[in-house]
Design a protein around this ligand. Structure first.
Ligand code: NAG
Ligand code: NAG
Ligand code: NAG
Ligand code: NAG
Ligand code: NAG
Ligand code: NAG
Ligand code: NAG
Length: 384
């Protein structure tokens, strides 16, 4: 590993201090990098801060001590900005009050360009309205010149974590900029209006390290039904709840060969029978298909998911009886199959190996017969 000269110097001084004084006299304050400080001040200028959340961002203080700013404690370069807004939901309203949160526009390309070591960006639950991402080539932060060739754009290879979720008035018309943050591993865009971006899937698959994707409540409509493969290489968590897909499950879902352990497709108007190819997702621990319009039987092969901890199939149109094979899911903690027109008999056989089960939702509006020779579910540690 390379050690920067400045890093060497600091380590050397630490050592000296330790040897000579062996006291608390030698305390090194982190000193903010000037370029990083100017980048942050530039960013501050572009946003609206009605309640002074980032009033500490001024030259009077070391920028590593500014609110929400995280510096590497050896190099003292800025590596993170963490400014989630905290709100509470009063019981008499259905929207949180966000009047104290940050708003305006996030100039993302500028941040990435100027903060070379930025690794972590969290603006969760604020009230940002728009995102700017210029395809710029910049050598002088005061003069941005738009370049025509997109090959010379920002190409960040340090940002790994980007959370813009729950900025509910945020509209992002295009995600064309995503591939230019090729280092992204965690992307949370929950509750942002992405209804104008029809090519979202292709764009997110161009992120080779992406392992977590949350695009719930994004008003997405297109699930790329015709696509057979989506070449995610590192994806583990895929959450696409509460969009407007209104179709069958697309083939690419079953052909994901990164190991998905968390798949959430709830509240999407999805239709059809569950295809057996779902079993390709062998590593699944959490499968949530609640509140769609799936029909046909609850397939018995669901009992073959060895690692499944949460199986949520409630509020669909599954009919027939509950297969006893589900009783093989020995890792299962939550089973929710309520609100389906299920019939038949539920007995101990349905729970044969469910020794870890803690939560069970099994109510039905149709005729389901419970056949137990004692009251309560003594064999399990049911909490709910
Ligand atoms: C420096 O940061 C690392 C991890 O980020 C932490 O474990 C360590 O304790 C920090 N060292 C000091 C001196 O603060
Ligand atoms: C910015 O750069 C462009 C060309 O690179 C130049 O024409 C323009 O005058 C510069 N603007 C400022 C404010 O320096
Ligand atoms: C960004 O850079 C990486 C290598 O650092 C490269 O693999 C990737 O293709 C580049 N992305 C774009 C969109 O230019
Ligand atoms: C995935 O495939 C698309 C084209 O189908 C390609 O543009 C993209 O670079 C690929 N991504 C990776 C990570 O291989
Ligand atoms: C994913 O699976 C497809 C089809 O099985 C295969 O062609 C491709 O090489 C695999 N990709 C990776 C990254 O394993
Ligand atoms: C549920 O499925 C049945 C067939 O099993 C069908 O007749 C019915 O229309 C479906 N209900 C809804 C709400 O789609
Ligand atoms: C799963 O359960 C079914 C019925 O309860 C049983 O016939 C089958 O052998 C079990 N499969 C495995 C792999 O345990």
């Amino acid at each position: 590993m390379n050690i920067f000269p400045s890093q060497k110097a600091i380590m050397f001084s630490w050592l000296l201090c330790g040897i000579i004084f062996n006291t608390g006299l030698c305390s090194f304050n982190i000193h903010c990098n000037q370029q990083d400080m100017h980048a942050l001040l530039n960013f501050k200028q572009g946003i609206i801060d009605p309640s002074g959340v980032i009033s500490s961002w001024s030259t009077k203080l070391d920028c590593c001590e500014w609110k929400g700013v995280v510096c590497n404690n050896i190099t003292s370069r800025v590596t993170g900005i963490s400014l989630p807004c905290s709100t509470t939901l009063p019981s008499y309203r259905d929207e949180e009050d966000k009047s104290h949160c940050l708003t305006g526009s996030i100039h993302l390309s500028l941040l990435l360009l100027e903060l070379e070591f930025l690794d972590y960006l969290d603006f969760k639950n604020n009230d940002f309205l728009a995102l700017q991402f210029d395809y710029v080539q910049n050598h002088n932060s005061h003069n941005l010149s738009i370049v025509t060739s997109p090959r010379q754009c920002v190409n960040s290879s340090s940002l790994r974590h980007l959370d813009l979720s729950l900025n509910k008035n945020f509209v992002i018309n295009s995600l064309q900029w995503l591939p230019y943050i090729s280092s992204l591993e965690y992307l949370n865009l929950r509750h942002i209006d992405l209804s104008k971006e029809t090519n979202w899937l292709q764009l997110v698959t161009m992120l080779p390290s992406l392992s977590f994707l949350n695009m719930c409540y994004c008003q997405l409509k297109d699930l790329s039904l015709s696509l057979h493969y989506a070449n995610f290489t590192a994806l583990n968590v895929l959450r696409l709840s509460a969009n407007e897909f209104d179709s069958e499950l697309p083939k690419w879902i079953f052909n994901l060969n990164s190991s998905i352990y968390d798949l959430d497709l709830s509240m999407n108007y999805l239709i059809g029978h569950l295809p057996k190819s779902l079993l390709n997702l062998r590593e699944l621990e959490d499968l949530d298909l609640e509140d769609n319009n799936f029909d046909g039987p609850i397939p018995d092969w669901l009992g073959e998911f060895e690692h499944l901890k949460r199986l949520i199939l409630g509020v669909n149109n599954f009919s027939g009886s509950i297969p006893t094979n589900l009783g093989n899911l020995s890792s299962l903690i939550t089973l929710a199959i309520g609100s389906n027109p299920l019939t038949g008999v539920v007995s101990k056989r349905n729970f044969a190996k469910l020794s870890k089960l803690k939560e069970l939702h099994i109510y039905s509006y149709s005729r389901l017969i419970f056949d137990f020779d004692y009251i309560g579910f003594h064999p399990f540690n049911l909490k709910n």
